[in-house]
Write a protein that binds this ligand. Sequence first.
Ligand SMILES: Nc1ncnc2c1ncn2[C@@H]1O[C@H](COP(=O)(O)OP(=O)(O)OP(=O)(O)O)[C@@H](O)[C@H]1O
Length: 277
Amino acid sequence: MNYTADRPMETKTEKEIAPSERKASKREVVLDVKDLSIFYGNKEAVKSANMGIEKNAVTALIGPSGCGKSTFIRSINRMNDLIPSSRAEGEIIYEGINILRDDINVVALRSEIGMVFQKPNPFPKSIYNNITHALKYNGQKNKKVLDQIVEESLRKAALWDEVKDRLHQSAMSLSGGQQQRLCIARTLAMEPQILLLDEPASALDPVSNSKIEELILQLKEDYSIVIVTHNMSQASRVSDKTAFFLNGDIVEYDDTKKIFTNPSEARTEEYISGRFG
Ligand SMILES: Nc1ncnc2c1ncn2[C@@H]1O[C@H](COP(=O)(O)OP(=O)(O)OP(=O)(O)O)[C@@H](O)[C@H]1O
């Protein structure tokens, strides 16, 4: 999808695809965050962040409350634009383009980089219409195509078997965990490349929580996933890479295994072992 207003794709420079901060890794970088600072008025909530987010991997953002995780993840699909006092500096390079540029079509960008929030927020419509709403808005009217996308999206979100006989019932009749998987299905229907999950399971019961974790592991085959989580064991179970945020800084970003077993920074070790936050 072309999410720039009218300009052709820029060519990636060597600097863009290989910043010095990036650790050696076999995976391709899908999002290159470079010197990203995000302000609310004068307050700098994210301070000069650098991170190469990898393709078909799960990247967990961890850290104590108020350290900038949500601000960071929201900047990736320009949700912070909705907050008038918020402004960003630096770059987020996606497909060779800085998506913080003024001429980016943010609606198209948010189809490519979809987001699911902490609290399930289905539309007060049928299960079927939750999935088709944006597609119809974009002009898709073919019922066969819509039926197919509904089934595919619900299957990918591991919800199809539970709802296939009640597609025209209200989404509000689903449990919280099912509603969250419906929100994931709704996002997948837009055929995103990247999924941003801001504490997607923290409002759910343990069974729904583990279903979401299983789903994340399945989805990373096809998508690149960034997840904010307060749950350390969840981060260690589902993620390949982990970034530890503290007071707006990325203190450490590395393979999840390393972060949880042998972090380089004392502050990471203290946080992981529950000594603060
Ligand atoms: N809309 C806003 N207006 C002004 N300041 C904000 C806004 N949203 C967040 N902040 C501030 O930015 C800083 C980072 O907040 P953010 O929500 O990104 O942290 P977080 O790590 O996601 O926290 P939590 O884990 O509690 O969700 C905090 O000091 C917060 O008060």
